[in-house]
Ligand binder design. Structure first.
Ligand code: KIV
Length: 263
């Protein structure tokens, strides 16, 4: 998958699969799968660092996770990295410096949230050779402004605002757009209105692609199960069972065996 394939996939009605990744080992696993895109999401502040929102993600954190994922992806996957909270809301030089750190860490594109106040920056990045993925709907970096993690675009005025934002982000040069937690009908309308692909999370079946968080997809997070998540395995239970087996084998003396020891 490269940047040109995104539009191609939309035009050919072939869906795009994206999953978040934050570390080398996970990226190594994903690199050998049919997943199209890895997103080094700022959700890593929550899933990897235990924070209650994405706001504590920093450019240092994102750069570190991006370089680990890129090493694991081994040029097999298109890697998008999130610009973290406020890192692209400063002066142009600082904003570019933030994007530069993620691109130099090996990302193929950056993602940023919202349209208002970001359009000139998106244009500037695109003109500078940096592909940009937009993100509207529930934009977690604005959780304090939105009053919580809640579905966006239910009111018609809100839906119109999101449609306008989607068109503006496309016009500014973004190559794709994440739609997070919006009603399916609105996601369908936005998807039909744009020539760039939409990638949904909690946005119903009619977007051009889907994205899930690694821990949700693999059932590693037993504390959080929103309606839009499907667990494709019971990862937390599989890991816990394996850890218990190991602990029992250590206690019983069954591990290590002679074959697992040096003469
Ligand atoms: O950070 C993240 O995981 C994201 C996805 C939810 C799209 O932005």
């Amino acid at each position: 998958m490269n940047i040109l394939d995104f539009k191609k996939r939309k035009n050919e009605h072939r869906k795009i699969s994206m999953v978040t990744a934050y570390d080398y080992t996970s990226a190594l696993i994903a690199a050998k799968t049919e997943i199209d895109v890895l997103l080094v999401g700022d959700s890593g502040a929550m899933t990897m660092h235990g924070h209650s929102s994405t706001l504590p993600a920093t450019i240092d954190m994102m750069e570190l996770h991006t370089s680990a994922v890129v090493r694991g992806a081994k040029e097999q996957k298109f890697v998008v990295a999130d610009l973290p909270f406020l890192s692209y809301r400063k002066d142009l030089n600082s904003n570019v410096a933030a994007a530069e750190r993620l691109m130099r860490a090996g990302a193929h594109a950056v993602k940023l949230e919202g349209a208002a106040g970001n359009l000139d920056f998106i244009r500037h990045l695109v003109e500078s050779g940096v592909p940009v993925m937009g993100h509207i709907g529930l934009t977690p970096q604005s959780v304090n402004q939105l009053g919580g993690f809640r579905v966006q675009g239910r009111e018609s005025s809100d839906a119109e605002r999101l449609m306008t934002a989607a068109r503006e982000i496309e016009s500014a040069g973004a190559f794709s757009l994440v739609l997070e937690c919006v009603p399916s009908s609105l996601a369908r309308q936005i998807t039909q209105a744009l020539t760039i692909p939409t990638i949904g999370i909690g946005a119903g079946p009619d977007t051009d692609g889907q994205v899930l968080v690694w821990q949700d997809l693999l059932g590693l997070n037993t504390e959080f199960q929103p309606r839009f998540v499907r667990n494709y395995c019971t990862g937390a239970k599989i890991f816990a069972d394996a850890l218990n087996s190991y602990a029992h084998d250590v206690m019983s003396g069954d591990f290590p065996s002679l074959q697992e020891s040096y003469e």
